[in-house]
Design a protein around this ligand. Structure first.
Ligand code: NAD
Length: 269
């Protein structure tokens, strides 16, 4: 079970820190945004889904300093515009969370090049793009941090998702390379590898893997996989937010270039 949230533990720690989160309109990204806002940060939620406006408004209604931008992370012009807005609003940036990601599940012979490239483009190329656009802003910070969403599939590829696995292995390589390049500016770069986090993504995953791996009824396959997790439960989005608060905080100031598993023990290397 989750205990105290990192937002309570780090209450006030992020006051006056500025956090940019891609895919922040829903799922894990929104939970991360909420946690940073609760810990005092100014937060920019970026999502291609216009409902991010409502998510940001809900947090503002609770008294938090939350902005939003409707932007597709694969669209260079839209991402540049979002970072220009951050500069105008805040003059700099302390934390970039590259959370936006997509998955598709397909047999090899049905997997189109277009689909393969789309997953790479959102999950990997866009991480590079956001890091590049954020770099000059993060260099002005005394606490520059980049956090990149990888996956258990950056540890071991799953069946029917070669493109997703490639995209997430790519995130780890990108993270290590940038950790070396940006270390002289005291910008730390880490990635994180969630296992099963019950978000909208899993309705699709359960259905598509379930139909290919057997005659599973909805919910049966995911339950089988959860039963194999040593801690016997899926992650809550808040579990991921808790890790990210630590990795963004000064308490982790000696950690860079790492990929941290957060999966209840699913993978141990
Ligand atoms: N859910 C899991 O079990 C799990 C496991 C491992 C890794 N992850 C990773 O965590 C991240 C978040 O996953 P989630 O489960 O919250 O997903 P989700 O589908 O619930 O939410 C993803 C969010 O990203 C946004 N998004 C997608 N493509 C975008 C784009 N091109 N531009 C801007 N926004 C875009 C969506 O609109 C949505 O708001 C992803 O990178 C995913 O690969 C998730």
């Amino acid at each position: 079970m989750t205990t105290d949230s990192a937002a309570n533990i780090f209450a006030g720690h992020f006051t006056s820190r500025r956090v940019f989160i891609t895919g922040g309109g829903n799922g894990i990204g929104l939970s991360i945004g909420q946690a940073f806002a609760e810990a005092g940060a100014s937060v920019m939620l970026v999502d291609r889904d216009a409902r991010v406006a409502e998510a940001a408004q809900n947090l503002r209604d609770r008294g938090f300093d939350v902005e939003h931008a409707v932007a597709d992370v694969t669209n260079e012009a839209q991402i540049k515009a979002a970072f220009i807005r951050v500069e105008e609003l805040w003059g700099g940036l302390d934390v970039l969370v590259n959370n936006a990601g997509i998955i598709t599940i397909s047999n090899l012979e049905d997997l189109s090049v277009e689909d393969f490239n789309r997953v790479l483009s959102v999950n990997t190329t866009a991480v590079f793009l956001c890091c590049r656009e954020a770099a000059s802003l993060l260099k002005k910070s005394e606490h520059g941090v980049i956090l990149n969403a990888a996956s258990g599939q950056a540890r071991q590829g799953f069946i029917f998702t070669p493109h997703y696995a490639a995209s997430k292995f790519g995130v780890i390589g990108l993270t290590q390379s940038l950790a070396k390049e940006l270390a002289p500016y005291n910008i730390r770069v880490n990635s994180y590898c969630p296992g099963i986090v019950k978000t909208d993504m899993w309705d699709y995953n359960d259905r598509e893997w379930g139909s290919r791996l057997g005659n599973y009824k909805p919910g049966e396959l995911i339950q089988e996989w959860i039963d194999d997790i040593p801690l016997k439960r899926p992650a809550e989005a808040s579990d991921i937010a808790n890790l990210l608060m630590f990795l963004a905080s000064d308490a982790s100031s000696y950690i860079t270039g790492q990929a941290i598993n957060i999966d209840g023990g699913m993978f141990m290397s």
